[in-house]
Ligand binder design. Sequence first.
Ligand SMILES: NC(=O)c1ccc[n+]([C@@H]2O[C@H](COP(=O)([O-])OP(=O)(O)OC[C@H]3O[C@@H](n4cnc5c(N)ncnc54)[C@H](OP(=O)(O)O)[C@@H]3O)[C@@H](O)[C@H]2O)c1
Length: 199
Amino acid sequence: MSYAIIGFGNIGKALAKAFARRGIEVSVATTRDPKSFASAAAAIGPTIIPKTLAEAVKADIVFLAVRFEAAPDVAKALSKWDGKTIVDVTNAYGVPPEELGGQPSSKFIAQAFSGASLVKGFNHLGAATLAQDPSVQGGRRVVFLASDDDAATGAIGTLAEKLGFEPIKLGGLSEGGLLVQARGNSWGQLIFKDLVKFD
Ligand SMILES: NC(=O)c1ccc[n+]([C@@H]2O[C@H](COP(=O)([O-])OP(=O)(O)OC[C@H]3O[C@@H](n4cnc5c(N)ncnc54)[C@H](OP(=O)(O)O)[C@@H]3O)[C@@H](O)[C@H]2O)c1
């Protein structure tokens, strides 16, 4: 399984730190020449590999860590996303619901990534919290996952565990998934809830 993070700002770097902590290789890409962020990637760790967007989207699992408005541009990097899983880390806060045809933001994004499975997740915490070691006083920091594809949720749940998080499955994008999606100027009820699971 290969991994990429598209977007290397606050949240892309927080995700990269999670991969680096566990020594798991992940590509990172933005709109820019990878040389321009190579030193920032190296500072996080040797498993963080700067690539062009065209190269990075070859990964099996692609974290979408760009501003919501930039997602359609990322989708254009491939004509078909068949067989890939997109992890939608965006928050569509402030985007008028009518611009999304009244749909949850993740469904809007899923339409752009034709053929891919989409899991909404890793988006409910601020970047500074997500960047920290998810091992907290013997417990594991929770990430929420929502998807209409159970197999994809399972695969991202397994990855979340490998990264040291505790995944909690919320169900479909239009059901439990709404708890972690911004709508207009309001936040889903689970956004910013920093929870830790103890055995
Ligand atoms: N910040 C948080 O605490 C937080 C928490 C949860 C979720 N989120 C969500 O995470 C997403 C990213 O937030 P952020 O704070 O990390 O934003 P950011 O710091 O502005 O980073 C955005 C990144 O996306 C890249 N980018 C922009 N357009 C692109 C494109 N078309 N193709 C590839 N890369 C592109 C930018 O690089 P270049 O412009 O150099 O190409 C930059 O590296 C947003 O949707 C936000 O709502 C943020």
